[in-house]
Design a protein around this ligand. Structure first.
Ligand code: AMP
Ligand code: MG
Length: 420
């Protein structure tokens, strides 16, 4: 059994579970993520954000031949030295054309990207040249080899340019196109179903009756999952009853590769996600030693994994970024970069009372007087505060039992490392 243990016994609430560290919980979770195996071949233009299922190798050299990096004149540097820099212009080579071998003691008018004529070894930029009719006057002393991009200096035919398990970015599509890939083999999209549980939830647009709040998690789930390139199935708002919760879980497990839910994972009598997963599947309820965020529910309904997070929107967001996202990436076939890279920045705040749990503060970076980045934290630590999330550019990560004084170095996780 894993470090997390299996708590199918209904009496074993999170209070009885030994808290898990964030890294430890992530390790156990990732060990249980089964990557997709089904692949499809897509036109390059439709493959952005998809995960490459096989290495992409180049069939061509890049550049395919020596070519000019500038508009100017191609010549032999030695000829400039022996002619006081006066050379007749013997041909014109625009991009897209082919060049004749260079006639000795002449220059070729050449443009960026055009092939360098055989025997030319240097390109002189046009700004350094003067034209005198059919003759070009170049500096007599030239740096041999200047302004030529050499054949295969970027990519050699046969090189792997993008590794399997890479989520294709816009830049990588550009690279794939440059080596002539018209289609790529990618994993199919991951289907993720989610629901928001809670009798208090009302959709925006509906009137708000007493005791109700608007369902914001629906929008967090939808966006976070779409940004990860998932096919998203919204199972709706689920009331706080065992039957409705079990039914939503079953529907999700039937349609999706992963089911997610927010709310109802605590041990209160209104929390039905936990008992429902336990009844129709298996569940580990993890007490992760972090704030916001504990507890985190992980289980299976049949073969379909389930991740349940607390209902507070900030808790959902933080647990999604730290746990669900790496799990989803691994299921999608991503092989590297599952764990966010942290930066060290200077604290622009004091944190005088050490916390019992690791604390993730919503934070924003400003530039200090000396140009060093400084992290400010949001005044409220409430895990219900969506204003704090909308304000933040990342999270400051403070270990349990530590204090911070303004000016100290602190760990900052930028949102670009936590999303998408
Ligand atoms: P729970 O985890 O179900 O105990 O919910 C914890 C807190 O989060 C409660 O104050 C809920 O009202 C709130 N909450 C639960 N679900 C949502 C949601 N979908 N949108 C906004 N707040 C929620
Ligand atoms: Mg609830």
């Amino acid at each position: 059994m894993s470090a997390a243990g299996n708590h199918n016994d209904c009496d074993a609430g999170p209070q009885r579970t030994k808290p898990l560290g964030v890294e430890q919980a992530l390790e156990v979770l990732l060990a249980r993520a089964r990557p997709l195996t089904e692949t499809e071949t897509l036109p390059l233009a439709r493959s952005r954000g998809r995960v490459l299922a096989e290495p992409l190798a180049s069939t061509v050299d890049l550049p395919p031949w020596d070519n000019s990096a500038m508009d100017g004149y191609a010549l032999r540097a030695e000829d400039a030295a022996t002619t006081q820099g006066r050379l007749p212009v013997s041909q014109r080579v625009p991009a897209g054309s082919s060049a004749e071998p260079l006639v000795p003691r002449t220059a070729a008018r050449i443009f960026t990207g055009a092939p360098v004529p055989a025997h030319a070894d240097t390109v002189v930029v046009q700004e350094s040249c003067q034209r005198d009719g059919d003759v070009v006057i170049v500096p007599a002393a030239l740096e041999r080899g200047a302004n030529i991009r050499r054949r295969a200096e970027d990519v050699r035919a046969g090189d792997t340019v993008i590794a399997a398990g890479t989520r294709l970015s816009t830049q990588q599509l550009g690279l794939a196109a440059s080596v002539g890939a018209a289609r790529v083999r990618v994993y199919r999209r991951l289907r993720v179903a989610f629901f928001a549980s809670g009798d208090e939830l009302t959709m925006p647009g509906e009137p708000l009756s007493p005791g109700k709040i608007y369902n914001s998690n629906r929008f967090l789930f939808q966006g976070l999952l779409e940004d990860l390139g998932c096919d998203v199935i919204d199972l709706g708002t689920v009331p706080d009853t065992f039957d409705a919760t079990a039914e939503a879980l079953r529907r999700g497990a039937e349609q999706a590769d992963l089911v997610m839910a927010s709310g109802g994972v605590s041990v209160g009598e209104e929390d039905h996600v936990r008992p429902a997963v336990q009844q129709i599947g298996t569940l580990d309820l993890w007490n992760v030693a972090m704030r916001p965020g504990k507890p985190l529910a992980f289980g299976h309904i049949g073969d379909t994994p389930f991740i349940g997070s607390p209902g507070n929107p900030v808790s959902l967001f933080v647990t999604f970024c730290l746990f669900a996202r790496p799990f989803i990436l691994r299921m999608q076939g991503v092989e590297r970069g599952l764990v966010p890279n942290a930066l060290r920045v200077r604290a622009g705040f004091d944190w005088p009372t050490p916390g019992k749990r690791r604390e993730y503060h919503r934070a924003r970076i400003t530039t200090g007087a000396d140009g060093i980045p400084v992290a400010e934290i949001f005044e409220s630590r409430s895990s219900a505060s969506l204003r704090s999330l909308a304000w933040a550019g990342g999270l400051v990560d403070i270990a349990a039992g530590t204090t911070v004084t303004a000016g100290d170095s602190v760990v900052f996780l930028p949102l670009c490392e936590l999303l998408g």
